[in-house]
Design a binder for this molecule. Structure first.
Ligand code: FE2
Length: 317
């Protein structure tokens, strides 16, 4: 059994505040007041870091943001989000289901269907919407690239435009194209740079024995305000404590890992599992390992586009 190790109490308290268990959080079905009265727009939000995506503020159960916000969105089949734009980049990572994301330009919409562990980085000011066109619910994470985003600017909200136009994200006369790196429309090609699919990204194996797929950064979508990586952590592997000069947020997708902090020779650690979030602020000495029989997959957001890679040192278990 892997529980909290009782140690230095301030370290203990700070650690607990930065470890957010999915089972102890709740979804908010009324996070988006502009959607009230529009059943097709229904979605629920669970906040982990900051207040991105919703105008609600002062939520005491979320962590204060440094360089990004992190939340989960849950959407039933057939529901969509109206096409909007904002001043900052925003990453959607699919956890469950199939999500269709559309980008709009002058009445043309380019769509990308995304499955579990696929991501799109919605570039700044690009009008975008999304829908669950599948038969199972979609759960996705939303990571916004600043601590305090401005509210979205809606371009095709059903309160302003015809319901069919809103549901198609603003596509006029059926002008819907699919994302394509060699497509004829420039938006098809541009969007292709911002879509990252798990099964198309190479895995780079570190000396510490775990794998990394780069999602945002060199080899992935263009880096802007934060880097994002997928870690593949085999059973029995892990790293010795390391320090970074920027914050890291970990969102577990599969399996369970033990995460910990070290300070003045003392450590505190706990095991986390699917949809749990663990944040290490800048300067914290942190480590992880997989004590279980199954591999773990973890999405990692790193709070600076310029952050170098730590010198990951393997542990022996
Ligand atoms: Fe957005």
């Amino acid at each position: 059994m892997s529980g909290l190790t009782e140690n230095n109490s301030s370290l203990n308290q700070d650690f607990r505040r930065h470890l957010l268990k999915f089972t102890e959080k709740t979804f908010d079905w009324d996070a988006f007041p502009s959607n009230r009265g529009f059943a097709d727009l229904e979605r629920a939000q669970m906040r982990f870091i900051g207040s991105g995506g919703s105008p609600k503020v002062n939520d005491s159960e979320t962590l204060k943001p440094e360089h990004f916000t992190l939340s989960l969105i849950y959407k039933h089949p057939g529901k969509y989000a109206a096409c909007h734009a904002h001043e900052i980049e925003e990453a959607f990572l699919v956890l469950d289901g199939v999500l269709t994301v559309g980008w709009e330009e002058d009445g043309v919409v380019v769509e990308a269907p995304l499955g579990p562990k696929d991501m799109i980085l919605n570039a700044r000011e690009i009008p975008h919407g999304f829908r669950n066109a599948g038969v199972t619910p979609v759960t996705m994470s939303v990571l916004v690239g600043v601590g305090k985003p401005l509210p979205p600017r809606y371009l095709y909200h059903p309160k302003d435009v015809d319901a069919d136009l809103a549901a198609s994200f603003g596509a006029r006369d059926g002008q819907v194209l699919r994302v394509d790196p060699e497509g004829q429309h420039p938006l098809q090609r541009m969007m292709a740079h911002y879509v990252v699919r798990y099964d198309e990204q190479p895995t780079e194996w570190t000396a510490a024995g775990f794998g990394r797929k780069i999602y945002v950064g060199e080899g992935g979508a263009p880096p802007s305000t934060a880097r994002k990586e997928m870690f593949l952590i085999p059973p029995g592997t892990g790293v010795k404590p390391y320090t970074r000069t920027c914050e890291e947020a970990w969102l577990v997708l599969d399996g369970h890992i033990t995460v910990g902090w070290e300070e003045d020779g003392k450590t505190i650690e706990r095991q986390i599992g699917p949809k749990d979030v663990f944040v290490s602020p800048a300067g914290r000495t942190r480590y992880f390992r997989n004590d279980e029989a199954n591999a773990a997959t973890v999405f990692v957001a790193i709070g600076s586009p310029l952050a170098g890679d730590p010198d990951y040192q393997p542990i022996t278990t």
